[in-house]
Ligand binder design. Structure first.
Ligand code: ZN
Length: 230
């Protein structure tokens, strides 16, 4: 692994009880194991001067460092990423923490007539050197919480829900086509009945879709269901 400031190979300078995020999450009160401490050997590097420390997976520790020095060091890291080159930490700093990268852009709720707050969320795939291999974005929405105090609840669009119920229906239909059992015919009939009663617009769409394109399957299911029950 290489220093995220000067790219010199880091060297082991001792061992310390450093608690990694992974350890803290899996066992917050557990004992912290001793780990090899990696430091930058380059005398002209700020990481060396301030005694910056990393552990094996590249997690950065600021023990023994003043707040001022910590802040100053932050500005020196290449790509605002404190993970050494060639470590999983450098990759996660890009993919999860989106260090030095665009993360979310919020838009005005006017665009949705104040119903929802739209935002664009960026995603990245990176390698252990923090280089971006793939990236993209998705539009997501927040809806208002109780009492109209701002937008904070994640909202799934009706289109997504429509696609979801349709996918679930198609899965059931596949199994029904393979084995025309009473149980499967019943579940198809149930889906149709639920779609007929539900008032949400995407359920209405789904119901019309069933009427137009799935008539044969539904009639078949109803027939089997009726035969078994009569
Ligand atoms: Zn260095």
């Amino acid at each position: 692994m290489k220093c995220p400031i000067c790219k010199t190979d880091l060297v082991i300078t001792g061992s310390e009880r450093l608690e990694t995020i992974c350890e803290h999450v899996s066992d917050p009160n557990g004992s912290v194991h001793k780990k090899d401490v990696f430091q930058c050997p380059n005398n002209n590097c700020k990481a060396n001067e301030y005694g910056a420390v990393w552990e094996e997976s590249g997690e950065f520790f600021t023990y023994n460092m003043s707040w001022d020095r910590d802040k100053e060091l932050e500005k020196c890291f290449i790509g605002e990423n404190n993970g050494p080159f060639g470590t999983i930490s450098r990759r996660l700093n890009v993919e999860i923490y989106k260090c030095g990268l665009k993360n979310k852009v919020y838009y005005s709720p006017i665009l949705t007539f104040w119903l929802l707050k739209p935002y664009k969320e960026y995603w990245y795939k990176a390698n252990k050197d923090g280089e971006i291999l793939k990236s993209g974005w998705k539009i997501k929405f927040l809806k208002k919480g109780h009492g109209n105090k701002g937008y904070y609840i994640g909202w799934i669009s009706g289109i997504h829900m429509f696609k979801y119920v349709l996918r679930e229906y198609k899965r059931k239909k596949e199994s029904f086509k393979k084995a025309e059992s009473e149980f499967l015919s019943k579940s198809i009939v149930k889906i149709v009945e639920k779609a007929k009663k539900d008032d949400r617009w995407w359920y209405k769409w789904f119901y019309y879709h069933l009427l137009i394109f799935e008539n044969n399957t539904i009639n078949q299911a109803k027939k089997i269901n009726h035969e078994k029950n009569s």
